[in-house]
Design a protein around this ligand. Structure first.
Ligand SMILES: Cc1ncc(COP(=O)(O)O)c(C=O)c1O
Length: 372
């Protein structure tokens, strides 16, 4: 889909308005590790409102609390809502650095375009999120593998019933100190390739980060979890043959020494971690390509002894080894269920860049200023 911004959306841009900050009267006690994933929320949230007449405005930071929404808000009724998610990490010098926030803001705006939500001015959103992270920086966890998770969300708030894009929106950003995404920690996970359910169709909204994609995945995922798997390996919705994504991760395989990941399409979320991993692999001189991978090929490679490694990538899951894959009643084990060397190297390398232990030639880290 075209990523350019149309005139209607450009008209909604607002110059950086002063952010109104209301501090929480009392600060919550900090949680102790292990944090789990998404169980704790910081003292404040950031909000921005959109009306057709005024565009995006009223940037605010307020104490954390519930939102009040019209019962027929299109965000509730028709799922006209989007979000994105990324992390900020404590650095060795005590500063806090967001990881590739520009890519996440750009993806939020691509999701917005697909869901008929007005574009947000990137600088405005960046400043709002930086101010929020600065204010709640005491929540940034310092133990390995943990981070401050940042979730910008936009929901259609206009109360009406007919089917058209809403005229009013609320953008809200919340923060959460997080640890491991999987209950298994960093141990290899067992996944099920579904030949029954699909996550996204060609021409649909699979490449947008919109809640409906996650709701659509729940039924099949719950059934898989009940059978002892941790995620679904989604195949393409047309031929039910090619790997697309695994749970909320992009998928990579290493077959006969070559690392491959499916090419992006409108049914795959363009992961920022995927992009980072491709870049790290290419810079290291590894053999890597973006090309379709058929599920049969994976099982054939296993039988031929050339299936070296399989892993998923994502902000939440970082780089997660996949130890077992089931499909149509057959289950294969990758590397005897152990984490492979490429998976481990990429995990270490990615965390080292994110946590400031490695240099950052690409400028992926963005330091959160002290606003005072
Ligand atoms: C469906 C889906 N695919 C892939 C990803 C990985 O994307 P990223 O690396 O930007 O977190 C996510 C997580 O955001 C996701 O929800």
């Amino acid at each position: 889909m075209n990523n350019t911004i149309g005139k209607a959306e450009a008209d909604s841009f607002v110059p950086a308005a002063p952010i109104e900050i209301t501090r929480a009267a009392t600060l919550a006690p900090l949680p102790r590790p292990p944090y789990g994933f998404g169980n704790h929320f910081t003292d404040h949230i950031a909000t921005l409102r959109y009306t057709e007449a005024t565009g995006w405005g009223e940037p605010r930071i307020v104490p954390f609390g519930a939102l009040s929404l019209h019962p027929s808000a299109a965000g509730f009724q028709y799922s006209q809502s989007i979000f994105d998610a990324f992390k900020a990490h404590l650095q060795p010098d005590g500063s806090l650095a967001m990881f590739r926030p520009d890519m996440h803001i750009a993806r939020l705006n691509r999701s917005a375009a697909r869901m008929c939500i007005p574009q947000v001015e990137p600088q405005m959103l960046m400043e709002l999120m930086q101010r929020l992270c600065d204010l709640d920086r005491r929540w940034a966890p310092s133990d390995p593998g943990s981070a401050l998770y940042i979730r910008p969300t936009i929901v259609a708030t206009e109360g009406f019933v007919s089917l058209r894009p809403a005229r009013d929106y609320l953008l809200v950003v919340f923060l959460s100190p997080v640890g491991d995404y999987f209950a298994e920690g960093s141990a290899p996970v067992r996944i099920l390739a579904s030949d029954e359910f699909v996550r996204a169709a060609r021409g649909g909204v699979g490449s947008a980060k919109t809640g409906g994609n996650y709701a659509a995945a729940m039924y099949a995922t719950r059934a898989a979890v009940e059978q002892g798997y941790s995620q679904i390996l989604w195949l393409d919705g047309v031929e039910r043959r090619y790997l697309e994504e695994v749970g909320s991760m992009n998928i990579f395989v290493k077959i006969a020494g070559r690392v491959r990941t499916p090419p992006l399409s409108d049914s795959i979320l363009a992961g920022v971690t995927r992009d980072t991993i491709l870049s790290i692999l290419r810079d290291s001189g590894a053999a890597v390509s973006e090309e379709p991978i058929a599920i049969d090929e994976l099982f054939e490679a296993h039988d031929a002894g050339t299936l070296d490694e399989v892993f998923g990538t994502g902000t939440a899951a970082i780089v997660s080894p996949i130890g077992r894959i089931a499909y149509k009643g057959k289950e294969i084990q990758v590397r005897d269920g152990q984490r492979g060397p490429t998976t481990q190297w990429l995990y270490d390398k990615l965390l080292a860049v994110q946590k400031g232990r490695d240099n950052d030639p690409q400028g992926w880290r963005v330091t959160v200023p002290h606003f005072g």
